[in-house]
Design a protein around this ligand. Structure first.
Ligand code: PMP
Length: 449
């Protein structure tokens, strides 16, 4: 056992060195590189249920979940079987299939305002197309986004972005022209007065407001009550489109995403509910394969080619193997799955808070449905985190200590404090217990940092 532990880092280290000779930074997406927590990223060999196994044969309870898609846990047997069946019938046709229609109909069944759905391969493509469509429909140039929200790596949406851009503490990206940056207005999150002011100044030029339905790329920062509905009110008044980015929250925090949770609550209280002009989906909709989508009313979506003048296309869009994975995942994602991920998130988020409190670490755990994350330091502890400036003001070094202690104990956390912890329905009591057992020592490490 002890020898196994000594060998493990060597195998990972060798893989990482080799990777750096062939791939920039050794990774194909920056947050995978442990840039902020340090050390060698674990190179994974396999994943099943709540567990991942690295190239040295060490097993970890996984709370990354492929950064969101693995709602059912990894390699669910029925999803794998659906993928194998589809693969045997052909990997890609470049022609329409009935399965794509079934997936679009399943999205519309869950989110009725998505009357028409266009499938793409990544969340980035979904938000990029949503912005182009908004500009095409309105004839206006500007886009409003919120600091700390991440919408993929489209040029116009990288300014003050969350996720890896936040982890690397970048204001945006090199390679984005000033002209493009000037077409993006970045506002503080959860601040409707700032949105009102921007529209008062430049309302006739604003094509769209894009927002994460409930932000989870600066850590988990839920919208204040009425914030999303307020965005709906303001955009409608000024003839701009509202784009709800549910790439991360869609089909994860509930059967109809964050929009569904908010609107169920509004209707339960006797309200009428609201809908955005466009939704973007990704992650869970592909169940671990490359599927993403945008959806909205036909009156907006029919501006897309071939019906309308807004062009969008993709050789692998609606890929039959990927669609099989997404369909099987959504068919399996029923009430029991959502009840389980809610329960696991409730238990784990409470346990993290208790362990940190017991160790004397000032912190605040924030939760939005089954998504949660921890913010460290007295400021977060005192008043919570409502926007990106507050998220950035935390004691990030405490997370580094917590992360490495958990990793040593066999728990794979997201390698950045700015990411949500992703639970799955495959996190059974045994998996949860392993996390609970690891927490006290990790909290003490965070206290000592
Ligand atoms: N929007 C949100 C809210 C996301 O969380 C992400 C990815 N983390 C994206 C868009 C981009 O998706 P992708 O990485 O598939 O391009």
């Amino acid at each position: 056992e002890a020898q196994g532990l000594r060998r493990a880092p060597e195998a990972n280290h060798a893989a990482f060195l080799r990777a750096q000779g062939a791939i920039p930074g050794g990774v194909n997406s920056p947050v995978r590189a442990y840039g902020s927590v340090g050390g060698d990223p674990r190179f994974l060999a396999s994943a099943r249920g709540a567990y991942v196994t690295d190239v040295a044969g060490r097993e970890y309870v996984d709370l990354v979940g492929s950064w969101g898609p693995a709602l059912l846990g990894h390699a669910h047997p029925e999803v794998v079987a659906a993928v194998q069946d589809a693969a045997a019938r052909g990997l890609s046709f470049g022609a329409p299939t009935v399965a794509e229609v079934e997936l679009a109909e399943e999205v519309r069944r869950r989110v009725p305002a998505a009357e028409r759905v266009r499938l793409v391969s990544t969340g980035t493509e979904a938000t990029m197309t949503a912005i182009r469509l908004a500009r095409g429909v309105t004839g206006r140039p500007l886009v409003v986004k919120f600091a700390g929200c991440y919408h993929g790596h489209m040029d116009a949406l990288l300014a003050e972005a969350g996720s890896g851009v936040a982890t690397l503490a970048l204001p945006g990206s090199a390679g984005v022209t000033e002209a493009t940056a000037a077409e993006t207005l970045v506002l503080p999150y959860n601040d409707l007065a700032a949105v009102e002011a921007a529209f008062a100044q430049r309302g006739s030029e604003i094509a769209a407001v894009i927002t994460e339905a409930s932000p989870a790329n600066m850590g988990v920062v839920p919208p204040a009550e009425g914030f999303n509905e307020g965005l709906r009110r303001i955009t409608a008044r000024h003839g701009a489109l509202l784009v709800m980015d549910e790439v991360l929250t869609g089909f994860r925090v509930g059967p109809s995403g964050w929009w569904g949770l908010e609107n169920d609550a509004i209707r339960a209280a006797g309200g009428a509910g609201w809908a955005p002009d466009l939704f973007t989906f990704g992650k869970v909709i592909g169940g671990g394969m490359p599927v993403a989508a945008l959806g909205g009313p036909a009156s907006v979506m029919d501006h897309l080619a071939p019906l309308g003048p807004v062009y969008q296309a993709g050789t692998l869009s609606g890929n039959p193997v990927a669609v099989a994975s997404g369909l099987a995942t959504l068919h399996l994602a029923g009430d029991a799955v959502y009840a389980r991920v809610d329960e696991v998130a409730r238990v784990l988020s409470a346990a993290v808070g208790e362990a940190l409190t017991a160790a004397g670490v000032e912190h605040r755990v924030q939760r939005a449905g089954s998504l949660f994350s921890v913010f460290f330091g007295p400021l977060a502890a005192a008043s919570g985190v409502r926007d990106y400036a507050q998220a950035q003001a935390q004691e990030t070094f405490r997370y580094t200590a917590l992360f490495h202690s958990m990793l040593e104990s066999g728990v794979n956390l997201p390698p950045s404090v700015f990411e949500a912890w992703f639970v799955s329905a495959a996190h059974d009591d045994a998996a949860v217990d392993r996390i609970l057992t690891a927490l006290p020592a990790a909290a003490r490490a965070a206290a000592a940092a």
